[in-house]
Ligand binder design. Structure first.
Ligand SMILES: *[C@@H]1O[C@H](CO)[C@@H](O)[C@H](O)[C@H]1NC(C)=O
Ligand SMILES: *[C@@H]1O[C@H](CO)[C@@H](O)[C@H](O)[C@H]1NC(C)=O
Length: 434
């Protein structure tokens, strides 16, 4: 395993050395990348963060709207449900959004599904333009700068550059676990990569995921047969991923809603947390005992909760419905540290105050907690990153093919917005193209 920390100073220097634009690769490096071995670039597939993919819906007669207005689109075909205009909805429509986004857990299938009468689909699959920011104050969150840098390197959407948006509400399964939504997504992604490879002289693909998309990328690879990986995956870059270890801040979202994640300002105040709690996404990245042990993560006047007490905590915060799917689907993921067994670059920010303990002294989980901070990237705890390096990165066969890069002073989202961090990601892509 190659592991190093780039100090903040060095990245600041790097920034100074770089031209003002993102067109920062030295010409020699660029020629090398473009010339490549046998000519042409390795195709690349981008899997963005959780808020970036769009979602469309259509309502059938089986839909039981919470208000008559929410039923207006019944039988009217597909419409945008989660789009870059969702944030500007009036309160009435925002209430419908919250209603129609909800998932239900089907204990017979052991799987999540859409609300009865609501059908959904993710548009834009295949294209790197098929997703974008839903957060007007942060238009750069969804790999826009990286796409531009890739285009300057010679990548072209639909030829060498691809995107794989997913349904943000569902979480990728472990191998062998049922997931209707992800079975289809993984099949589509495998086909996308096979086609991309075929059109590019048989070159295997680079897969790059950011944040939740890093987890999706990793789980995709871990779900494919080994010979397929050897044939079609040139390199996997996750910057970063939540897989396996979970992180403490995810508990805050379960308790208080997806604050700072899903930007729907006009949604009714308590509706967003209750919608979020129906998502598999909400319970897939809760802190794992394998990483956090018996440390108290949530402190209340009468009881402390460690990573072993997540099910009780779900009940306490008003998410009792989450307990069964958590036990049946997510608990086993917390102990799953299989290596993807492909060349892997694992990039994380560190040195940023990151929630390590949440104090709800008055047992009022609707209020934001007092937070005790530790090290991390403002979202993922350093402990989770180290556990990933230790448990995934040190496996024989993976160890020699893991490069772990820690960027001091970089926040979770800055990994794909900051010029210094982007130049490091681009460098990995150029390297993979050598
Ligand atoms: C919103 O998305 C549409 C369609 O995906 C796109 O054409 C438009 O440019 C986007 N607007 C903004 C502000 O990103
Ligand atoms: C909860 O944890 C805190 C900090 O570790 C400790 O001071 C406190 O005594 C614990 N409370 C209970 C009820 O165990």
């Amino acid at each position: 395993m190659v592991s190093f920390t780039l100090p903040g100073l060095l990245s600041a220097l790097l920034l100074l050395l770089l031209p003002a634009s993102l067109d920062h690769l030295p010409a020699s490096q660029r020629r090398e990348a473009e010339g490549g071995i046998g000519g042409g670039l390795h195709p690349i597939v981008l899997i963005p963060g959780v808020t970036c993919p769009d979602l469309e819906a259509r309502l059938t007669e089986a839909y039981r709207p919470s208000t008559p207005r929410c039923g207006r689109m019944t039988g009217e075909g597909w419409f945008g449900l989660w789009t870059n205009r969702t944030w500007e909805m009036d309160p009435e429509r925002a209430a419908c959004f919250v209603d129609q986004m909800r998932l239900v857990y089907d204990p017979v299938l052991g799987d999540f599904r859409d609300l009865p009468g609501v059908e959904t689909r993710v548009p834009g699959f295949g294209s790197a333009r098929g997703f974008g920011s839903k957060d007007p104050p942060h238009p750069e969150y969804c790999l826009g700068a990286l796409k531009s840098a890739l285009e300057r390197l010679g990548y072209r959407d639909g030829e060498t550059l691809f995107g794989a948006p997913y349904d943000l509400r569902y979480a990728p399964p472990l191998p062998g676990q049922t997931s209707r939504v992800y079975s289809r997504y993984f099949r589509g992604l495998a086909r996308l990569i096979e086609d991309a490879s075929r059109r590019n002289n048989g070159k295997p693909a680079i897969i790059l995921g950011h944040s939740f998309g890093g987890g999706v990328a990793l789980e995709f690879v871990r779900n494919t047969p080994l010979p397929w990986r050897d044939r079609f995956v040139k390199h996997l870059t996750v910057a970063p991923t939540w897989s396996g270890g979970g992180y403490v801040k995810s508990l805050m979202a379960v308790a208080s809603g997806p604050v700072g994640l899903l930007f729907v300002p006009s949604a009714p105040q308590l509706a967003m947390p209750s919608m979020w709690r129906t998502f598999e996404t909400a319970i897939v990245n809760l802190p794992s005992p394998a990483v956090f042990g018996r440390r108290p993560l949530v402190i209340t006047r009468h009881r402390n909760y460690s990573a072993y007490d997540i099910a009780d905590l779900l009940v306490a915060v008003g998410s009792a419905d989450g307990v069964r799917p958590f036990r049946e689907r997510e608990l086993s993921k917390m102990e799953y540290f299989e290596a993807p067994m492909v060349p892997l670059t694992y990039i994380n920010g560190v040195g940023i105050p990151t929630a390590e303990q949440l104090i709800y002294w008055d047992d009022d989980f609707d209020r934001l907690p007092e937070v005790v901070y530790g090290d991390g990237d403002d979202t993922i705890n350093l402990a989770s990153m180290l556990a990933f390096e230790e448990k995934v990165g040190k496996r024989p066969g993976q160890m020699e093919r893991l490069k772990s890069i820690k960027l001091a002073g970089f926040r979770h989202s800055a990994l794909v917005t900051d010029v210094g961090a982007l130049s490091i990601i681009m460098n990995e892509i150029v390297e993979a193209n050598r």
